[in-house]
Design a protein around this ligand. Structure first.
Ligand SMILES: [Fe+2]
Length: 548
């Protein structure tokens, strides 16, 4: 019996379990029971021509594999049927160690595949009762060498937020949020393997799956509700499907962009980490969605690209944590809130690579110096107990900026309020209002000449008459951590100083390049929900950057 049905049949408060519980998918220890199938690949991303090694675990006698390029037009590139199924026992700690299943299929004929996201589907049919089992994985195919060597081109390069995918992927029981570690077996894992399946909802989701940002206004004294986690729990999806993955963000952006006529290449953050020259030749590089985890090397690549004349269009939020990639890139490390106590580099050094917030003194590289904004000056908005009746969009202060051409927007308008683009995590900065306009507050780290175009309110914690301790999703952990990082103390007075943040849209020039940053995780929903103003702003930015 699944965790869900146990809770429902035993009368346990399933709504509470949906929000507080860890119901991540874990493989059974033996091959009995209903037909099952899972798969993963040996890497997150590949170049055209690279072989893809696929590991499949199934109790079916035979199964099929299908691979298609996922975009505005779905293109089948591979199919193989009748592959003999094999079952391997899986370590209980597979989220950290990897699944270590044998390679089941090697797909070598990838030379002609056009850069993008490729979904690998494994499916099987039970001979006895005809029940079908299926599972999906996704890999990124980067641009071919010819595209990369033709010099400045008009193709858009999307960097998929794959480090955030890994961080939130709870397949096997652990991610960077919850898990099976520690003395009570319920701590998050600071080390995660990429060699495991993606949780259900990371590769595809139904269009009707709720988002975290609430479009409906809660009624008077209504307690926070979490429709997306309840939906995930009731339908057997990952609790984190709204937070990360191809399905929610990059897939939707590629589909929108290709329908609008853009030529889109896609790389992973691991590609960026390994080879900063992969950006060369592109006028415009974009990120979308929830883009929370970056390595030192990835930031180096972005900074050098912009200095040299590249343009970044970041329609994403929650720039928060430094990661390290270890074991040849197959393990992602992030100790987060516990880094000062547990990250071995605190003792051995180099300390600037300790895996905590970019604003931490050990690191000495504030996030705002790359993207203009950061998570510690922002955080949560438009859901839970964090402004659930808020504007849901960005209040506009500087409508004369070129990004708002052909929109008809006015001072004080809300960008994307009806489509819910503001939240659930936003990036902000310290600011002050003068003459009805926001400016970078004195003493704050920010790129020279940066303009704050739009700005709304956010917070690091839930507070209010309807908030009951222990009943809501967010605790005090974020508020205490941010206070500690920004002030050196997590006491009440420090939290009081740091708990109120903002989410902003900013633009600045740096070296020969430029950065436009709409600092919110759900900007994509403006494009998905056909919000014409959000789409026009997105096109204004991409078109201008691609033409420079
Ligand atoms: Fe996040």
């Amino acid at each position: 019996m699944s965790g869900q049905s146990q809770a429902q049949s035993s009368g346990v408060d399933w709504r509470r379990e949906a929000v507080q519980g860890n119901y991540a998918e874990r493989p059974p220890s033996d091959p009995g029971g209903p037909i099952r199938i899972w798969l993963y690949s040996d890497r997150i991303s590949y170049g055209p021509g690279d072989p893809i090694r696929i590991s499949v675990n199934t109790n079916a006698q035979r199964y099929s594999l299908e691979i298609y390029r996922d975009g505005a037009h779905r293109q089948l590139v591979f199919r193989r049927d009748g592959i003999p199924g094999t079952w391997s026992a899986t370590d209980v700690n597979c989220s950290e160690l990897g699944c270590d299943w044998p390679v089941s299929a090697i797909v070598s004929d990838t030379e002609s595949w056009r850069s993008g996201g490729f979904v690998i589907k494994a499916f099987a049919t039970s001979g006895s009762d005809g029940v079908v089992a299926e599972s999906e994985h996704v890999v990124i195919i980067g641009p071919d060498r010819q595209t990369r060597t033709t010099g400045i081109n008009d193709r858009l390069l999307l960097i998929a937020a794959t480090a955030t995918w890994t961080a939130y992927n709870d397949w096997g029981g652990s991610n960077h949020y919850q898990g099976l570690s520690g003395p009570k077996g319920n701590d998050f894992s600071p080390r995660l393997s990429i060699r495991r399946p993606y949780a259900r909802g990371f590769v595809s989701i139904p269009d009707e799956a709720p988002r975290a940002v609430l479009l409906d206004q809660p009624g008077i004294l209504e307690e926070p509700e979490y429709p997306h986690m309840e939906w995930a729990y009731r339908n057997g999806y990952s609790k984190k499907y709204v937070s990360a993955g191809w399905a929610s963000f990059e897939r939707r952006f590629v589909i929108w962009a290709e329908k609008e006529g853009y030529q889109v290449d896609v790389i992973s953050q691991t590609d960026l980490h390994n080879d900063p020259t992969i950006l060369f030749g592109y006028r415009c590089v974009a990120t979308i969605g929830h883009d929370e985890y970056w390595s030192w090397e990835m930031r180096d690549a972005i900074d050098a690209y912009v200095e040299g004349g590249g343009c970044i269009a970041r329609f994403a939020g929650n720039f928060m944590w430094q990661i390290r990639l270890e074991d040849g890139g197959s393990t992602q490390v992030c100790y987060k809130y516990t880094a000062r106590d547990r990250d071995p580099l605190m003792t051995t050094g180099p300390r600037h690579l300790v895996t905590e917030s970019w604003e931490a003194g050990e690191i000495g590289r504030p996030g705002a110096s790359t993207f203009g904004l950061n998570a510690t000056q922002g955080m949560y908005a438009s859901w839970s107990g964090c402004s659930p009746r808020g504007a849901k969009g960005f209040p506009l202060y500087r409508p004369d900026h070129w990004a708002f051409a052909q929109t008809g927007l006015y001072y004080g308008d809300i960008i994307g309020g009806q489509s819910g683009v503001f939240g659930y995590e936003v990036d902000g900065l310290g600011y002050e209002i003068r003459g009805g306009l926001p400016f970078v507050a004195p003493g704050m780290v920010a790129p020279a000449g940066m303009e704050i175009l739009a700005l709304g309110l956010s917070s690091t914690m839930e507070e209010g008459d309807s908030i009951k301790t222990g009943q809501t999703f967010l605790g005090r952990e974020d508020a205490e951590y941010v206070a500690m990082v920004l002030t050196g103390s997590a006491d009440e007075a420090s939290i009081e100083k740091t708990k109120r943040g903002c989410g902003a849209i900013v633009h600045f020039e740096r070296g020969k390049g430029q950065v436009f940053h709409a600092g919110s995780s759900d900007w994509i929903m403006g494009l998905v929900r056909d919000d014409q103003i959000v789409a026009q702003i997105t096109k204004n930015v991409l078109d201008r950057f691609l033409a420079l």
